[in-house]
Design a protein around this ligand. Sequence first.
Ligand code: SAH
Ligand code: AVI
Length: 365
Amino acid sequence: MKSNSCVREEILSMYSASSIDRIEVKNCMSDTYSNDLKNDVLKGLTATQKYIPSKYFYDTYGSRLFEEISLLPEYYVTHTELSILQDTASAIIENFPEGDLIELGSGANVKIKTLLDIAYKSYLADIRYVSVDVSEALLVKALKELVTIYPDLRVLGIVADFTKHMKEIPLDRNKVFIFFGSTIGNFTEKESIVFLKNIARFMGPNDRFLLGLDMVKPKEILELAYNDPPGITSKFNKNILSVVNRELDANFHRDHFDHVAFFNGGKNQIEMHLRANRTVSVKIKKLDLTVEIEKDETIRTEISRKFRRESAEKMVDEAGLRINRWFSDPQGWFSLVELKKSTSYLWKEHLRTQIAQRKAKRVKG
Ligand code: SAH
Ligand code: AVI
């Protein structure tokens, strides 16, 4: 993806000019979203186990539903991670006098405020907040709120897919990468290592990476979090069908599917599916495709992997990172892990640079 494919957006609003001057937004998705969706849905709905990638949950309505999920008492993820952050924000932010806080999949920016509150109390000089999310409406709204809360804070919003557009992130300053909410759990094991390796590539020896990890816990607690009694998660799950209907001119009927979420103990992951409650034939006009779905057949819409300390250590180690500090709640339900680039990875990079420099010298000589 070339950097000139990101378009700078004009921010128009009723906010004061001084706040708006501190917001910059670029959109890297305007050209690619529709094609990516076409390719992904074609691949997913013609696979043996049908699936639709979970990043397509987050249109404006889906993002609002996720915010509602975050407030549910059963969805312990958000309030547990927030409680860890409140206890550890000072320790996390110390020794970060200036630079970029880069949050990936930032959503409604609920959690970053805990860090920014502390940063402001410590009178940290020059912090810029860089927020990366696929959901443009949510990102712009959240950034406007931040500049009104924090005087002098500069923010950069990047509407982008963090699995594809990492090159769009500015890398010239000290950095803390942030990936809250255990969104890493929505990747397969392989994808999560590719993703972490990609971030490690962009980290310098002093940069840090704050990673939220949801831990394995009793099945009943996990399953209740994804089967909340008010049915918000069910609405969130079915909204992915509305996204496909709208964007690809399809005729999924949400009432023909039931929300299913269960803990797959063999894989330590919650799986969310949409199960057809009758035989269904769906036309997807923009793909020129008709998909036949049998009664009780499912479309997998999300995996949400849960971690143990050992599996987390193995994952970060394979990605060339190391655990610097490990923060957790008293029950050990969620972990906030501070990562740095591993020494062996830094050495390898150092050696590679030296070899390249020697080669260049030889060619010149
Ligand atoms: N970090 C927040 C939100 C988590 S929800 C929290 O901890 O509460 C996941 C967020 O990631 C959503 O805001 C969604 O829009 C975003 N997201 C999902 N897949 C993405 C992708 N591939 N690239 C960029 N953002 C993505
Ligand atoms: C964003 N992600 C980490 C959430 C999760 O728990 O896997 C998304 C979600 N799905 C259902 N509820 C919340």
